[in-house]
Design a protein around this ligand. Structure first.
Ligand code: C5P
Length: 263
């Protein structure tokens, strides 16, 4: 089935303390959304991308899409833009004329259809807006946080492969290193789940389209889409996550991401 991708980028990112929405905060001169798009475009299965931007940032998101499309496609095994790309304002990389890169190096990414729609108040509302904007061609849907801007193409590949193999829902996850406590409202511990059975889950999360649509038809209220699918009683498979798919939330996370990019 054709794979469509929803990138949710409509959050304010108040914990980052920037004066622009989080997806537009620059990392090595490129907005987080630009990095996220490059990782996604490294996955050859993705044929359609819907970016969900804050109302008022749709045009800006559009220009980030055009920039990402103009960049050479990253090999999906080698991680995201390790070679620091040029800024979205300059339509070409250093020493190259506009168009040269995309024609000479990158033919694949140009066949990916991209559009931008405005998001909603909560993350789930933004995913629902993205879902409504997918074309009829798409049978498998990936949902990805722009904030997980360094998720490599290989992670997209892994999630897609598991959905194409028949899983209704797939999430990448990593073992947790901390012991996790469940607490009540007064801060007292209610329980300690067995750590070996816990996973910290990431995005992209992948779904058979009808499963995700049925889940969102009930409610869009959850911190991740797999949570909605679980409520339907559908099985959700966890595949190996990737440390590169960390979510940029605080200024410290942004520094970590910058260090990773610097190699
Ligand atoms: O706020 P948080 O980091 O959990 O957001 C995860 C992702 O969801 C981010 O990429 C953010 O832009 C997106 N989001 C959204 N619409 C919202 C809230 C968050 O698209 N209303």
């Amino acid at each position: 089935a054709a794979v469509g991708l929803i990138i949710v980028a409509a959050g304010s990112g108040s914990r980052l303390g920037a004066d622009v929405p989080k997806a537009f905060v620059p990392l090595a001169g490129v907005p987080l959304l630009g990095h996220a798009l490059r990782g996604a475009l490294a996955c050859p299965d993705v044929v359609e991308i819907v970016v969900v931007a804050p109302a008022g940032w749709v045009d800006e998101a559009d220009s980030v899409c055009r920039w990402a499309r103009s960049q050479p496609r990253v090999a999906s095994s080698s991680g995201p833009g390790i070679h620091t790309p040029g800024s979205p304002d300059s339509s070409s990389g250093p020493g190259l004329h506009s168009g040269e890169v995309s024609e000479a190096v990158d033919t694949g990414a140009t066949r990916v259809e991209m559009r931008v729609v405005a998001g909603g108040a909560e993350r789930g509302d933004s995913v629902a807006a993205g879902l409504a904007a997918l074309s009829g061609e798409v049978g498998v849907v990936l949902v990805h946080d722009a904030a997980r801007c360094l998720a490599p193409g290989s992670l997209f590949d892994r999630v897609v492969a598991a959905v194409q193999a028949g899983a209704p829902a797939v999430v990448p996850g990593l073992p947790v290193v901390d012991t996790i406590k469940e607490v009540d409202e007064s801060g007292h511990v209610v329980g300690t789940p067995d750590r070996t059975r816990l996973r910290a889950v990431q995005t992209p999360q992948g779904f058979q389209r009808d499963v995700l649509e049925r889940a969102h038809a009930v409610s869009s209220d959850a911190t991740d889409d797999a949570g909605l699918v679980e409520r339907l009683g559908e099985r959700v498979l966890v595949v190996d996550g990737d440390a590169l798919a960390l979510k940029v939330t605080t200024p410290g996370d942004l520094e970590t991401a910058a260090r990773i990019l610097a190699g």
